[in-house]
Ligand binder design. Structure first.
Ligand SMILES: Nc1ncnc2c1ncn2[C@@H]1O[C@H](COP(=O)(O)OP(=O)(O)OP(=O)(O)O)[C@@H](O)[C@H]1O
Ligand SMILES: O=P(O)(O)O[C@H]1[C@H](OP(=O)(O)O)[C@@H](OP(=O)(O)O)[C@@H](O)[C@@H](O)[C@@H]1OP(=O)(O)O
Ligand SMILES: [Mg+2]
Ligand SMILES: [Mg+2]
Length: 373
């Protein structure tokens, strides 16, 4: 791509650098929450411009993705063959553009079985988190059903699965329906749920976990973990009392306010190194940069953790300082890419480090000043 106008001059009076175009393609709700003025402003200071990509519709006047390019990088959360085709055609014309993330990698997350296979694959490997942190990561027992199994089939299918279970739609494609779940307490409840359904359902063992879920947010190698409210533990008495009940719920753990409300919650966070190790397993295993994963800790065995969900491009704007994490990630990426201009990005990264050091120095001075007052 030809260098654009030199509009960013670093504060350390280094040579002016070129700017980078990051095209983004999101559904309106995502665009509204993610593309905040604070992100645009912060990224812009480091030479990064976020450029909206208009999604081509049936009108002859709409521009194709190629016509809207070129971009240095495209970030996106759109699905479907039409969008994938646009990306394919664009990549043929501009192979240097980084597409984050590739649709084939994202698609693994659209199925609640294949999304967790990556955890099953690294949980048993030696020298992984389990060994280093004396904690074990795995996936709750789960089976896929599309009808109520009878006789021998039930024995084979449901073997080892204990009630209560959570019934989750197999498909996790971002639709409201894909978040609709139910708690089921015995075979009677399961039978009534399956009588009413025609799509495949994942039955996942409910694990008592103290009513909190940990969300590990990944942006490349950067990982942040937060605590959110979850379903409460279920006692044996409740299982008996609730019998054939089917209790529906949806998106109970995605409120940013939970963090504030849980500020005095006694549950310890899992060690960050452990969360980072799990994030790395997912990032490398699925070849994804933008995701979060939900982790719960077994109330009966605090060294045992379960990954229960992985989401593509989650609500990053809920994280404090997401602007910095995003900008650093993109700068690093552009600096290390084979892009001919990447040297400029290295200079920008150096500038960021210098600024951070200066700001730390002034914080320390200010702190001393306060103490001396
Ligand atoms: N196996 C489980 N045991 C106990 N609680 C669970 C289990 N699976 C899910 N939950 C609870 O139900 C919530 C929703 O489940 P899950 O994360 O799979 O759904 P989702 O709709 O994909 O969530 P998100 O909004 O994060 O995409 C979890 O955050 C957790 O509170
Ligand atoms: O909208 P929010 O900011 O809450 O983000 C949620 C995001 O919705 P959006 O992508 O439509 O915005 C969800 O995506 P889909 O599964 O529905 O595709 C999923 O990733 C949730 O886990 C996110 O909540 P979080 O885990 O970050 O709390
Ligand atoms: Mg979840
Ligand atoms: Mg999810």
């Amino acid at each position: 791509m030809a260098p654009s106008t030199n509009s960013l001059v670093s504060q350390s009076e280094a040579a002016p650098v070129r700017r980078y175009r990051i095209g983004y393609a999101f559904a309106p709700k995502k665009e509204q929450t993610f593309i905040q003025p604070s992100l645009l402003h912060h990224a812009s200071r480091y030479g990064i411009d976020f450029v909206p990509i208009s999604i081509i519709d049936s009108t002859a006047t709409a521009k194709t993705l190629i016509e809207q390019g070129p971009f240095d990088c495209i970030i996106h959360k759109l699905y479907g063959p039409h969008w994938n085709q646009q990306l394919k055609e664009y990549s043929l014309k501009y192979p240097q553009t980084l597409i984050l993330d590739p649709p084939e990698s994202i698609e693994r997350l659209h199925n609640r079985v294949s999304m967790l296979d990556v955890v099953t694959a690294f949980e048993s490997k030696p020298h992984q988190s389990g060994d280093r942190f004396q904690s074990k990561i795995s996936v709750p027992k789960q089976v896929l059903v599309d009808h109520y199994p009878e006789g021998e089939e039930a024995t084979n299918l449901l073997a080892g699965l204990e009630f209560p279970v959570i019934a989750k739609p197999l498909l996790a494609n971002g639709s409201a329906k894909s978040h609709e779940m139910c708690l089921i307490f015995n075979p009677k409840g399961l039978r009534s749920l399956l009588a009413d359904t025609d799509s495949p359902i994942l039955l996942q063992q409910f694990v008592n976990h103290g009513g909190v879920v940990f969300k590990g947010y990944s942006i490349g190698e950067h990982v942040q973990c937060v605590k959110r409210r979850s379903l409460p533990d279920i006692s044996e008495e409740q299982v008996t009392a609730l019998e054939g009940a089917v209790l529906p719920f949806s998106q109970i753990s995605n409120s940013a306010n939970d963090e504030h409300n849980l500020a005095h919650d006694p549950h310890e966070m899992p060690p960050l190194e452990f969360v980072e190790e799990v994030a790395k397993g997912i990032r490398v295993g699925l070849k994804l940069n933008f995701f979060n994963f939900d982790v719960i800790r077994d109330s009966k065995d605090p060294s045992s953790y379960f990954v229960i969900d992985i989401n593509y491009f989650p609500g990053y704007a809920k994280l404090p300082n997401y602007e910095h994490a995003l900008t650093d990630f993109l700068l690093n990426l552009l600096a290390t890419s084979s892009h001919p201009q990447s040297q400029n990005q290295k200079e920008l990264l150096q500038l960021k480090e210098e600024e951070a050091a200066t700001s730390l120095e002034s914080d320390v001075k200010q702190h001393r000043g306060h103490k001396e007052d």
